[in-house]
Design a protein around this ligand. Sequence first.
Ligand SMILES: CC(C)(COP(=O)(O)OP(=O)(O)OC[C@H]1O[C@@H](n2cnc3c(N)ncnc32)[C@H](O)[C@@H]1OP(=O)(O)O)[C@@H](O)C(=O)NCCC(=O)NCCS
Length: 166
Amino acid sequence: MRPLDIGGGAHATHIRKATLADLPALERVDALALSAQDRFERTALRRLLRSKTDIVIVAVHDGAIAGFAAVSRNSRDCWLKGLAVLPRCRRMGIGRQLVMSVLRRTEREDRAIKLAVRADNIAAQLLYDGLGFTACGVRERYYPDGAAGLMFVAGASVPQAGNGRQ
Ligand SMILES: CC(C)(COP(=O)(O)OP(=O)(O)OC[C@H]1O[C@@H](n2cnc3c(N)ncnc32)[C@H](O)[C@@H]1OP(=O)(O)O)[C@@H](O)C(=O)NCCC(=O)NCCS
């Protein structure tokens, strides 16, 4: 993936594909950005990084990884499995740039991108809504802690409702 520059000078940010060497930095972002029930296991992150079909992209800000997005892919569509930005780097457009990069990739592949977000995660819902995602269902008790999940989809090639759990 070609790096995407979204800033200049002292606060330049770019998006690139993650490698296995990024695992410690990804674990750090995971631990600082996500609540305990939403964190990835180290083995899950490593599996994503090693996968030939799934993709992890990172946002590098001021020379350090400030956020990541993880996407799993099958023959029909893609799932945004994780999105996280370090608390100190939020509201700078990094989350938006990560999701835009995912969207560009899935558009190129003519695939839909789906995701689930906690019903009380308004910040993430506003982010997805602003990038053209459509809310397409609610799954009660979607998360292991019993929280409901809102399903979102973007891209043309799947129905806009009735998406199952990934
Ligand atoms: C959700 C998250 C990824 C957003 O990252 P971010 O880099 O701060 O987001 P951006 O700066 O790109 O914001 C893009 C848009 O999202 C919305 N948004 C983001 N954070 C918001 C907040 N705290 N309150 C309200 N809207 C918010 C806004 O519409 C914002 O656009 P604006 O700044 O022009 O108003 C980040 O808050 C995070 O890591 N949260 C914890 C993990 C998480 O919830 N992941 C999503 C799981 S589905």
